[in-house]
Design a protein around this ligand. Structure first.
Ligand SMILES: [Zn+2]
Length: 226
């Protein structure tokens, strides 16, 4: 289960891993917290149009990667907070789909290097996701209203935190980097105004592979839960 803030986050960050897992026969579920409605500064595009456009883009990208299902939580883009309501919604999907692995953004990172501020929605999604994994999803009487919906506790085995400054796991995406690029191309409303993004995506995956003996990688902080 890949939990993200925005449509396109999964493609930019973990699509190579997702494609690999799908090819290996695993069911991959996306959970997208926001509606993507603020993802354009074009005054001719209205937020509600953007919701529809970005859903279609997300679905096209997911098809290419072999994602089985997408859950949209529909929170407003740009102002996501790690509220109890978001934590409950994520707990609900974890208990419903019962994933072995949850992938989410690193909620602790405010900025990368000297040229990139992390989006607050990414931090909020990561924060609520980790709290949903532990303790909410596995603890019977947290959110007892979920029991009333027939959702029993579920223990997630592993968490893969994306964007961590100190990764401990590198996934070889050499065979799936092209699928990642093709999936990203489906997010036309996002990538069409960005020059050279393909090369930046390749450069980043090459950089992450440094010292790993592979051509391209995506790195994670993996936490194995008892
Ligand atoms: Zn994002």
């Amino acid at each position: 289960m890949v939990i993200t803030a925005h449509p396109d986050d999964a493609e930019f960050t973990v699509a190579g891993t997702v494609a690999r897992w799908a090819q290996e026969g695993n069911a991959v579920i996306y959970v997208i917290c926001t509606d993507g409605s603020r993802g354009s500064n074009d005054p001719k595009v209205r937020p509600e149009q953007l919701v529809t456009i970005r859903r279609a883009e997300q679905e096209a990208a997911a098809r290419i990667l072999g994602v089985e299902e997408i859950v949209y939580l529909g929170y407003e883009d740009g102002t996501l907070q790690p509220t109890l309501a978001l934590r409950r919604d994520l707990t609900r999907v974890i208990r419903r789909y019962r994933p072995d692995i949850v992938v989410c953004p690193d909620p602790t990172v405010r900025y990368y290097g000297d040229g990139y501020l992390n989006h607050p929605d990414h931090r909020a999604a990561g924060d609520a996701a980790l709290d949903a994994v532990f303790p909410s999803a596995r603890t019977r009487y947290i959110f007892p209203e979920l029991l009333a919906e027939g959702l029993e506790p579920h223990t997630v085995r592993e968490v893969y935190i994306r964007g961590a400054l100190s990764p401990n796991l590198w996934v070889d995406i050499s065979d799936t980097i092209e699928l990642k690029i093709t999936a990203l191309k489906q997010h036309e409303s996002q990538v069409s105004r960005s020059q050279g993004w393909e090369e930046r995506v390749r450069d980043r995956a090459r950089g992450e592979a440094t010292g790993q003996g592979v051509a391209y990688a995506e790195s994670f902080k993996r936490i194995i839960l008892g």
